[in-house]
Design a protein. Structure first.
Length: 274
């Protein structure tokens, strides 16, 4: 995505159309569009030819962009799990790993980045009915691997609003839910995590369309991406007007929910009742 956005910026600065850019590398206009959106792999020769077309002759600048092209074609660690993942999800894992700010509203269950291993196993078993024990183990392992991102030195900011429904809906037995509540209390005290709970008592709220995630990246050239998961696919929205609506919905959810300290008190209350 970063390389694609850089190539788009260079093309537009020279006033070159996508059609002309495609012609220069023996490709279609739609391929240039997919390249600029970061949705296809990059051939070094194509990037070299585009840089020449765009007037980039400085060797240091060319090498920097060609290095990005080489990095873009290296499979991420999560690709070894693609046999147990829906086809649209590896893209999300890659974006999640590159994000510097992750903002979430979740209503069905605790978000994957905050799940305990036992809770994750209960969720995966429910979602993968009939799957082998090995496949369940691999899906859980992926979820735990993703969580390391929140603990790293360069961990992203993680802001989440959990609907109370996600906490009231049991996955696993009483001990599993108690462990999950305690984990949420603990992880919510990390400096990069802001956890709020939208209580039932508030009534209707701006999260009426369901769960969503907004991913923001450290590179200024990259637009925010909204991820909305569906039953058989997922949407990746990056148009400014779409992102703005989800940002407004999340802003209202954050304003209307109790703050982090009060939300921890609510979690402690659930822990005592469980």
């Amino acid at each position: 995505m970063l390389l694609g956005s850089q190539l788009r910026r260079l093309r537009e600065a020279r006033g070159i159309t996508r059609e002309a850019a495609g012609y220069s590398i023996r490709a279609s206009e739609s391929k240039i569009s997919r390249m600029e959106l970061g949705r296809v792999s990059f051939k070094t020769r194509d990037v070299e030819d585009l840089l020449t077309l765009y007037g980039i002759t400085d060797e240091a600048e060319r090498e920097s962009l060609l290095s990005l092209a080489r990095e873009a074609n290296v499979a991420g660690w999560w690709h070894s799990y693609t046999d147990v993942l829906p086809t649209w999800f590896p893209t999300y894992v890659g974006l999640e790993g590159a994000a510097s700010l992750i903002r979430v509203y979740e209503v069905q269950f605790v978000h994957g980045l905050l799940q305990t291993e036992d809770y994750a196993r209960a969720v995966v078993r429910r979602g993968m009915k009939g799957a082998s024990a090995a496949d369940v183990d691999r899906r859980v392992a992926l979820r735990l691997e993703r969580q390391k991102h929140l603990l790293a030195d360069n961990a992203p900011e993680f802001h989440i609003v959990l609907d109370e429904a996600a906490l009231r809906r049991p996955y696993g037995d009483r001990d599993v839910m108690r462990g999950q509540f305690q984990h949420l209390i603990d992880v919510s005290q990390r400096p990069n995590v802001r956890l709020q709970v939208m209580p039932f008592s508030f009534g209707g709220h701006s999260g009426e369309s369901g769960a969503f995630t907004i991913l923001s990246f450290p590179e200024s050239d990259l637009s925010d991406v909204v991820y909305v998961e569906q039953l058989t696919s997922a949407l990746y929205l990056d148009k400014r007007e779409d992102v703005a609506q989800y940002e407004q919905a999340l802003k209202e959810l954050q304003q209307d929910s109790p703050g982090p300290d009060e939300s921890r008190d609510l979690l402690r209350g659930l822990l005592q009742l469980s």
